[in-house]
Design a protein around this ligand. Structure first.
Ligand code: URA
Length: 436
C-alpha cells in the first residue's frame, strides 16, 4: 500500500479495502509505517468512521498482529468478561471465581491501573504472594485445572494495539468508537475465548458519558464479536458514582471477598451477579438468565465461589488464607474520617475525583512505571441517595503517608454533592443487548 493514498482515501470518505487495512496495520506494527502516518489515518477514521466491513478488517488485522491463544484442548466453553472501566470496579475479582465455581472456564487477561482508574492486576497483587506474570503454559494449566486464571497482557498479544493505543493517547484519537471497539476486541479475541460478556459503563465516571454513545459502543463491540463467530452479550451499567464503597487495591479485594461471602454492597453485588449469570448463559451452563442467576446465588450461599477464590489465589502463588482472614491483607497505618459540613441528601459523588484522591494517596499510577501502595485508598461510607447530617462521616481515607492526607480529604469532601432534596434514582443495570 501507499500510506499516503490510504490516508487520503479515508480522509475523503472513501471505503478502504481489507488489503489496504491489513497492510497498513501490519506495516505500522513492524515499524515500516511511521507514527505520523498512522496518526493521520486515525484522525481520518475519527471524522469518517469505519463501515462494518472496514471495522472487521481493522480488528482482524490488530488481532493477527501477534499470537492468538489456542485453548481448544481445554474442555468446556471459555468465557471472559470485559469492562470498559470505572472507579471501584472490582467485579472481575468476584465474578471469575463465581463463574468458575459454576463450571465456566475463565481465561482472563487484565490490565493495570493508570491515572484515576484501578487495574485488576494491581488489586490481585495486594494479596500476599499473588503473581500475575505467569507463563502461557501456566495460564493454560490453571484455566484447565482450577477454572479461572488472571494474568497481564503479554508483548505478543495484539502488539498493534499496544503501539496504537499509546499513539492515540497523545493524538486525541482515543475517544472514537470504532477505534475503541477494535482495540478492546482485538485483545479479547486473542485470549482464545468462545464467548464474551461486556460491561459497558455509562455516566460521569465512564468513558461513555451518555447512554446513546454507550449503546453505540455496545452494538459495535457485539457486531465485531459476531463477525468473528463469537457469542457476545453487552450489559450497560451505571458509573455515575464509584461502584461499591472501596477504592484502592487491598480495600477492593476485601470488598470483592465480601461479595463472595454474600455481604457485599448492594450495587456491586448486583452488577457481579448479573454479569456472571450472563457468562453462564453464553457458556450454555444455564438456559436462561433466571436459571443462571439461581446457580450464581447458590455459589455464593454454599461458599463454593469463596473456596474457588482460595484455589485461584493458591494457583497464582498467593496465600489462600488471606481469602478468609482479612488481617493478612495490607492495612494502612492511618484511617481519617471525612465529615460533611451540610445536612441533606447525597446527590452526587464524582467517580473521577474519588479515583484521583486514591491516586494522590498512592493507590494508583501517574506514569506506567510508578509504584503503588496496595493498602491505601478511600472507603465511601455514604453513597448517592443517603441522608446525612452535619458532622456525619461521608468517607474514610486510608493513608500511609501523612503528607498526602490533607489533599485527599479535601478532594473527597468537595466531590460529595449534598442537597435538600433526594436525587432521582438512576437505574444500575441500564440495558442488556445481545446479538439479536
Ligand atoms: N480500552 C481499550 O482497551 N481500548 C480503548 O481504545 C479504550 C479503552
Amino acid at each position: 500500500v501507499h500510506p499516503y493514498e490510504v490516508i487520503k482515501k479515508k480522509r475523503d470518505g472513501g471505503a478502504l479495502s481489507a488489503d489496504e487495512i491489513r497492510d497498513f496495520i501490519a506495516g505500522y506494527t513492524r515499524g515500516g509505517i511511521p507514527d505520523y502516518q498512522m496518526a493521520a489515518l486515525c484522525m481520518a477514521v475519527f471524522f469518517r468512521s469505519l463501515s462494518p466491513a472496514e471495522l472487521a478488517a481493522w480488528t482482524e488485522a490488530m488481532l493477527h498482529s501477534g499470537d492468538i491463544l489456542d485453548l481448544s484442548d481445554i474442555p468446556g466453553p471459555k468465557v471472559d468478561k470485559h469492562s470498559t472501566g470505572g472507579v471501584g470496579d472490582k467485579v472481575s475479582l468476584a465474578l471469575a471465581p463465581l463463574a468458575a465455581a459454576c463450571g465456566v472456564k475463565v481465561p482472563m487477561i487484565s490490565g493495570r491501573g493508570l491515572g484515576h482508574t484501578g487495574g485488576t492486576l494491581d488489586k490481585l497483587e495486594s494479596i500476599p504472594g499473588f503473581r500475575v506474570d505467569l507463563s502461557t503454559d501456566d495460564f493454560r494449566r490453571i484455566v484447565r485445572d482450577v477454572g479461572a486464571c488472571l494474568i497481564g497482557q503479554t508483548a505478543r498479544l495484539a502488539p498493534a494495539d499496544k503501539k496504537l493505543y499509546a499513539l492515540r493517547d497523545v493524538t486525541a484519537t482515543v475517544d472514537c468508537i470504532p477505534l475503541i471497539a477494535s482495540s478492546i476486541m482485538s485483545k479479547k479475541l486473542a485470549e482464545g475465548i468462545d464467548a464474551l460478556v461486556l460491561d459497558v459503563k455509562v455516566g460521569s465516571g465512564a468513558f461513555m458519558r451518555d447512554l446513546e454513545r454507550a449503546r453505540e459502543l455496545a452494538r459495535t463491540l457485539i457486531q465485531i464479536g459476531r463477525g468473528m463467530g463469537k457469542r457476545v452479550t453487552a450489559v450497560i451499567t451505571d458509573m455515575d458514582q464509584p461502584l461499591g464503597r472501596a477504592v484502592g487495591n487491598a480495600l477492593e479485594v476485601a470488598e470483592a471477598l465480601d461479595v463472595l461471602e454474600g455481604k457485599g454492597p448492594a450495587d456491586l453485588t448486583e452488577v457481579t451477579l448479573v454479569l456472571t449469570a450472563e457468562m453462564l448463559v453464553l457458556a450454555g451452563t444455564a438456559r436462561s438468565t433466571v436459571d443462571a442467576r439461581a446457580l450464581v446465588e447458590r455459589a455464593v450461599a454454599d461458599r463454593s465461589g469463596l473456596k474457588k477464590m482460595a484455589d485461584i489465589v493458591r494457583a497464582h502463588g498467593g496465600n489462600p488464607d488471606a481469602v478468609t482472614n482479612r488481617s493478612l491483607l495490607p492495612q494502612a497505618r492511618t484511617q481519617v474520617p471525612v465529615p460533611t459540613a451540610a445536612s441533606g441528601f447525597v446527590t452526587g459523588i464524582d467517580a473521577e475525583q474519588i479515583g484521583l484522591a486514591a491516586l494522590a494517596l498512592g493507590a494508583g499510577r501517574e506514569k506506567t512505571d510508578s509504584s503503588i501502595d496496595p493498602a491505601v485508598g478511600v472507603v465511601l461510607d455514604r453513597k448517592v441517595g443517603d441522608a446525612v447530617k452535619t458532622g456525619d462521616r461521608l468517607a474514610t481515607v486510608h493513608a500511609n503517608d501523612a503528607s498526602r492526607i490533607t489533599e485527599a480529604v479535601q478532594r473527597v469532601a468537595t466531590t460529595y454533592q449534598i442537597a435538600a432534596q433526594p436525587p432521582a434514582r438512576r437505574p444500575l443495570i441500564v440495558e442488556r443487548l445481545d446479538a439479536a
